[in-house]
Design a protein around this ligand. Structure first.
Ligand SMILES: [Zn+2]
Length: 132
């Protein structure tokens, strides 16, 4: 896995320090889809949330776009993971899924084309919670 892909993603420093239950879910996705890699980064997507958020990119890591079919397969897999931690929201292409509102339109082009990846944020401690 490489972090050099970060050069075209001008955000915080990449890391892989997930909370243990989130790490377990991330690992399940990576075990199911060998063509994916995962990372998070400082302030992802908001300050304090990076240990409960993950981006799934291609095998070269952050900035390596994935295909449409693989993106949606990963999303379906994530939404079927049983038990906790509960997913707060997912972004794929121009779609946003939230645990409180279902599917809606995501207008930015930051999860499509050369930036296509799957974003996931889990609830820190159940619906409505915020990081400690
Ligand atoms: Zn993300």
């Amino acid at each position: 896995m490489s972090v050099t892909g970060a050069s075209n993603v001008a955000l915080g420093a990449t890391h892989h320090n997930w909370r243990p239950d989130v790490r377990r879910d991330v690992q399940q996705v990576l075990s199911r889809f060998s063509a994916l890699s995962a990372n998070t980064y400082i302030g992802h997507p908001w300050p304090g949330w990076d240990s409960v958020s993950a981006d799934f990119w291609g095998p070269a890591g952050r900035g390596d776009p994935i295909g449409v079919d693989l993106s949606w397969s990963a999303v379906r897999f994530l939404l079927r993971l049983p038990g906790k931690p509960l997913i707060r929201h997912i972004i794929v292409e121009h779609s946003l899924w939230t645990s409180y509102g279902g599917w809606s339109w995501w207008s930015p082009a930051d999860h499509t084309g050369r930036l296509r990846h799957v974003h996931v944020t889990w609830w820190p401690d159940g619906p409505g919670s915020v990081p400690n």
